[in-house]
Write a new protein. Sequence first.
Length: 295
Amino acid sequence: MGSIPNCPVCGNEKLSFALKTIDYTVSNEEFSIYQCEHCSVRFTGNIPSLSQIGKYYESEQYISHTNSTKGLFNKLYQLVRNYSLVSKRELVCKFANKKSGIILDYGCGTGSFLNEMKSNGWSIKGVEPDAGAAQKATLLNGIEIGDSSSLSSFIRESVDVITLWHVLEHVHDLHPTLNTLKSILKANGVMFVAVPNYQSFDAAHYKQFWAAYDVPRHLYHFSKKSMDNLMKANGLQIVKVLPMWFDSFYVSLLSEKYKKNPIGPILAVIVGLLSNIIAFFKGNSSSLIYVIKQK
Ligand SMILES: [Zn+2]
C-alpha cells in the first residue's frame, strides 16, 4: 500500500481506514477506502492515474454507457432510466425556473439525457471523456460531444444549467473541474450533482459489497457534509438535497450479485425498500441529488 495523500476534498491530513473492497465488475483487484476525519468524505486509495484508469471501464457488464436491453436486469434498468430522464428534466425546469435554456451535461455518456432536453426545447452541450460513449451519442442521438479538454473553450457565465449525473465521483481533477464549471455557469444558474451516498442504509448494510463503492472508478464517496465542504470551497452553495428512490434497488441488486446470494433479488427488494423508508424519515437515501447555486 503506497502513501495516502491528504483528503481530496478539504486537504485535511487526519484520515482513517474505512474498509477494503473489490472491483467486482472489471479487474477483481482490491482497493482500500479511507475516510477524512474532518469533512467525512471517503475516498479510494491508490487510484489508477488518469492515463491508467481507462482499462477499468472496459467491461461488457459496465452498463452505464451502453443501451443493452438483453436480460431482465438490463430491461428493467432501461425502463427506470427512461422514467428517470423525464423526472430529471422536470427537476431541472423547476429549479432553473425555465422551460428552455442552455444546458451542459458534464459526463453525458451516450447523451440520453441531453436528447431528452433537446426534444423539449433546450440548447444542449455535452462533455464526455470516454470516446466510445461520445461516438455512440453522435450515432444514437445525433449529438456532438466534446472531450474533457473542450471545457476550457466554454464562454464564462454562458450556461443556465450544468448537470453531473453520477459523474463527480469519477473526476480526477476535482477542484479544478468544479472551478471551471462554476465559471461557465451564469450568475443565476443552477448545477445538479447526483452521487451515491455512503451514509445510506443500503451502504451500511452491504459494507464492502455495496455496489456504489465501485472501485476504482469511484474515486470519492460523498456524505452531505463533505459535499457541502466541497461546494463552499469552490464558491458554490447547496440549496436543496433530494433523494433518488430507484438507486437503492439498483445498488442493492448489484450488491447481492457481488455477494453471490442465491435469493439476492428478493433480499435486494427488501433492503432497497427499507433504505427508502428510512431515507423518507431521516434523509440519506442511497443516492442524492444536490441542487447547487453560485454563492
Ligand atoms: Zn476532508
